[in-house]
Structures are given as structure tokens and as C-alpha cells.
Design a protein around this ligand. Structure first.
Ligand SMILES: [Zn+2]
Length: 77
């Protein structure tokens, strides 16, 4: 397997499951190839954020707990 084929499989595995033999050859290529390992990691993260985006996770509504600042303030004294 070359890098082109590996990256192709890596990006396609989220659309459709790979056959076992393809999965194994991809895994093996990722073991020996740092570039494709990075690439695979990137699209994995991308696919995760895409999934949470499609699910409609409210990231912008994350509240920071302001009561923490009181604790750090008392530690300073
Ligand atoms: Zn490669």
C-alpha cells in the first residue's frame, strides 16, 4: 500500500466501513508511515468535530464557572 491509497482509505473509512483486509493493510501502513498516521489523526478529529457539529452540540454555550475565581483568590492570600 502506498501513501495515496492509505490516505484514500483513511478518509473513506468514515463514510463506509472498510473490509477487514483493507483495514489491516491501512493499520499496517499507519504503523510504518508517520505522515499517514498524522493524516489519519487529523481526519479522525475532523470527523469527530463534524459529528458533534451535525448533532448540534452547543459548544458556544459552555459556561465557565465563575465560582472558581473565588477559590484562586483566597489561595493568593
Ligand atoms: Zn503513508
Amino acid at each position: 500500500m502506498n501513501c495515496q491509497k492509505a490516505s484514500e482509505l483513511a478518509s473513506r473509512q468514515y463514510d463506509q466501513p472498510l473490509s477487514l483486509s483493507k483495514k489491516i493493510s491501512l493499520k499496517f501502513h499507519l504503523l510504518i508511515c508517520k505522515h499517514c498516521r498524522n493524516f489519519n489523526k487529523n481526519i479522525e478529529q475532523l470527523s469527530h468535530s463534524m459529528q458533534s457539529f451535525l448533532r448540534g452540540d452547543d459548544n458556544k454555550d459552555q459556561k465557565t464557572d465563575t465560582s472558581d475565581s473565588d477559590d484562586s483568590d483566597s489561595q493568593l492570600k
